[in-house]
Design a protein around this ligand. Structure first.
Ligand SMILES: O=C(O)CCC(=O)C(=O)O
Length: 332
């Protein structure tokens, strides 16, 4: 079956109707205009680690989201990750991209694709993507990794090596911020078996950015999501009933608290609702890495946060069952 990719629509002058969001979603109507509250930016080079821990915990409680600067991943490593991803979308022939397309019904996210089904309102999102596991090694299937550009694999492996370190540090700060041992949240999320799924979003130029959305509003089912965007802004986060633009900070990592951390902390940390807008003049790209427990890991509110006065707000269940309900929009 021939699938229409959004990238093939980038030269249109008018937006096809299935991409026109209803008014309650249109960014032209629903984006907050006015003084934007300060979205937390955390400097990881601060020599006072307890100050970093506090800032991360506060951001996770209040926003479920922050940007991390001076995180230690060399800018060349990020630039190379971005170059090879951009070349895959923009320079590799379409047949070669289709050769690694997602396999419908396989139960796996991996591969190149476009969301085929329309949402409940019959609408589609203005984005194509590529998913592949990057960690642990036994979960990596290179058949879903682009063969071109040639440096694709090396660039992704190099970035992943650094990202594992950043993830560890974020989980330590978040644990300490809850008064736990620094290893507690990582242990509760699968320890060394925690799985990292790379996604590349390609949001082509769009004739009516005021009417369309890239990724529609959602929270991430992961433990944490750590993302780098290209230099085209577009991420919006929801807080106090408003959609706020997150500013683009060169070389910053964007960190989203995922649903599993909200659950483990019994609601102290918030999983952030977010979405993306698109642009008329330029394609936007982003590279989120979803850090998630292995499917059989049982996740629920940690006993330290449950009492008669503060009962469990979430069910305890295997991550794969949580994922199934989330993907199929079933109650948890
Ligand atoms: O592109 C972004 O900044 C966010 C992407 C995202 O939320 C997603 O792919 O789930």
């Amino acid at each position: 079956m021939e699938v229409e990719r959004v990238q093939a629509l980038a030269t249109l002058d008018t937006l096809p109707p299935e991409f026109i969001r209803s008014e309650h979603e249109q960014p032209g109507i629903t984006t907050f205009h006015g003084p934007i509250p300060e979205i937390p930016v955390i400097d990881f080079s601060d020599p006072d680690r307890s100050r970093i821990d506090r800032a991360i915990a506060d951001a996770a409680k209040e926003w479920g989201f922050f940007q991390l600067v001076n995180h230690g991943i060399p800018s060349e490593v990020i630039a190379e990750l971005q170059r090879v991803g951009r070349e895959f979308f923009e320079e590799v022939p379409q047949e070669e991209k289709e050769a690694i397309a997602t396999v419908p019904g396989s139960g796996s996210f991996e591969g190149y694709g476009t969301k085929l089904q329309k949402d409940l309102e019959g609408k589609k999102a203005w984005v194509d993507y590529l998913f592949h596991n990057v960690w642990p090694e036994r979960r990596v299937d290179y058949k879903f990794w682009p063969k071109n550009p040639k440096e694709y694999r090396k660039a992704n492996e190099e970035y992943t090596k650094y990202l594992l370190g950043v993830m560890d540090e974020m989980l330590k700060s978040l644990s300490v911020g809850l008064g736990l041992d620094e290893h507690a949240l990582k242990e509760a999320s699968g320890g060394e078996d925690i799985e990292l799924l790379m996604k590349i979003n390609y949001y082509p130029r769009c004739p009516r950015p005021d009417l369309a959305l890239g990724v529609v509003q959602h929270t991430d089912m992961s433990v944490l999501t750590i993302l780098v965007p290209n230099d085209v802004p577009g991420l919006q986060v929801f807080k106090d009933d408003h959609w706020f633009d997150a500013k683009y900070i060169p070389n910053a990592l964007v960190v989203h608290i995922g649903d599993q951390i909200e659950i483990l902390s019994n609601g102290t940390y918030k999983s952030v609702l977010h979405r993306t807008t698109v642009k008329k003049e330029k394609a936007r790209m982003s590279w989120p890495v979803f850090c998630s427990p292995p499917g059989d890991t049982v996740v629920g509110p940690l006993p330290q946060f449950v009492s008669d006065e503060n009962p469990a707000k979430y069910k305890t269940k295997k991550y794969k069952d949580y994922e199934y309900c989330k993907i199929n929009k079933l109650p948890q």
